[in-house]
Design a protein around this ligand. Sequence first.
Ligand code: SAM
Length: 231
Amino acid sequence: MNEQTLSMRLARVAAHVPAGARLADIGSDHGYLPVAVLRRGAIVAAVAGEVALTPFQAAERTVREHGFNAQISVRLANGLAAIEPQDRITAVSLCGMGGETIRDILDSGQSRLRGQERLILQPNGGEQPLRQWLMDNGYRILCEEVLRENRFDYEIIVAERTGPVTYTAQELYFGPLQMQARSAAFLLKWQRRLREKQQTLAQFAQARHAVPEHKVQAVVRQAQWITQLLA
Ligand code: SAM
């Protein structure tokens, strides 16, 4: 993968960036995403935010090598602190981090958002708490995807702030739109997850005295939900 040939995962994220956006890519690492979408003329400007020095320098190098210093600001900053009001950001991408980390970045950086930005989120696990945060903060999920690459199942969640929205516990767990669309990738992901849950329960059964009952019950409930979903 590089700024010319994105991974399938980042290519699908790029497809959700609105044309003409001013993008803030937080946790940009090498900066491939903002550089790739700018190269295609899909966005007009970007901020690449990084909290760690080595990836920050990598993003600076990628941007410099493409002569995009005027269009992409690379900033060493924690989370949404990379965004300044004068950036007039219209889309924020947070990709390749745990869902809880993405949630915490959104939560602690809310003052940096105007509430009109499209959020393009690609959590590595932790989708349920991330969706919970979106619901609690008035973000409606507009689009969801599951894709498999390099033996990992990735999810992409696109959301915008629209006002109060309610999702059921199962919708928060599986994704409200994915539950309806039931794509092949989605069903395969949950078939694999069901096998994992069953293995976990078998392990719990062998070491039952050591596992708190509420933990066992949580996995039992998840396995039931998945079974119902796949039925
Ligand atoms: N977004 C790229 C992608 O999807 O390929 C890079 C993903 S990389 C696994 C996660 C990056 O997020 C790392 O470079 C890490 O330094 C950065 N990161 C983690 N927490 C962050 C935070 N609070 N603020 C900014 N960057 C953060």
